[in-house]
Design a protein around this ligand. Structure first.
Ligand code: MN
Length: 233
């Protein structure tokens, strides 16, 4: 028997797959906090703690097609909106308690993403020992480029990651500087949640986070995954 919904269900959040006519349906978005030493330090920490995670809702994704500039609104209730450029890992195979040396088998592909953050709210919540959702999980807080299948890219363990704002350097680093690399992150997270196809993992941002205002153009990239262009409006 089909379920009769009280109203039409929300559409499935999805991100186009590069080089294919299909899209990756998003189930959950996990994000790693403070996963580059110099970013942990700029946030006031040592960079030597165990990984920790927060989530964004699946429908926070904003697909950004190559060559296009996508506009996202400056969100409400903040006066300090920050960019965080990140390597995003897309999960294609379910698993729990995944061993590090098996982690790659669970990867569908990779994308470049922005973990947009209402920093003033996040800092207030952090100080009060409260959850970060109001700072991190707001609507349209996760612009993301197409997902490049691992079959095309191979495993990504190195390469430049960067974001510029209005053509000026903001965050420039390398994937090798992740404190917890992709395989370690998948292994760790899978002890706490059964990972499922459709899960996205934002793997953390390097140093150089900073504010953007209406009109600013962010140009973000991860080597091998192309570039995304996002304007704040
Ligand atoms: Mn982040």
């Amino acid at each position: 028997m089909t379920t009769a919904y009280a109203f039409p269900p929300a559409p499935i959040a999805a991100v186009p797959v590069a080089g294919a006519a299909t899209a990756f349906p998003v189930r959950r978005i996990y994000c790693v906090g403070r996963n580059y030493v110099e970013h942990a330090q700029e946030m006031g920490f040592s960079g030597r703690e165990a990984p920790f995670f927060f989530c964004k809702p699946a429908d926070a994704v904003v697909p950004v097609a190559p060559g296009e500039t996508v506009a996202i609104p400056y969100p409400s209730q903040t006066a300090n909106l920050h960019h965080e450029i990140e390597l995003v890992v897309a999960i294609g195979k379910a698993g729990r308690d995944i061993a590090e040396d098996q982690a790659a088998a669970h990867i569908f592909g990779y994308a470049v993403g922005l973990d947009m953050t209402r920093r003033d709210l996040q800092m207030d919540l952090r100080k009060a020992g409260r959850p970060w959702e109001l700072g991190k999980a707001y609507d349209q807080s996760a612009p993301i480029g197409p997902i490049h299948p691992i079959a095309a890219t191979g495993e990504i363990a190195k390469g430049a990651i960067r974001v510029d704002v209005n053509g000026e350097k903001r965050q420039h680093s390398d994937i090798t500087k992740l404190i917890w690399n992709v395989n370690e992150t998948i292994a760790y997270l899978s002890r706490y949640f059964e990972l499922q196809p459709g899960d996205l993992i934002f793997t953390g941002t390097p140093e150089g986070v900073g504010a953007v205002v209406a009109g600013d153009l962010m140009t973000g990239s991860v080597e091998g995954l192309g570039e995304i262009r996002v304007r704040i409006c």
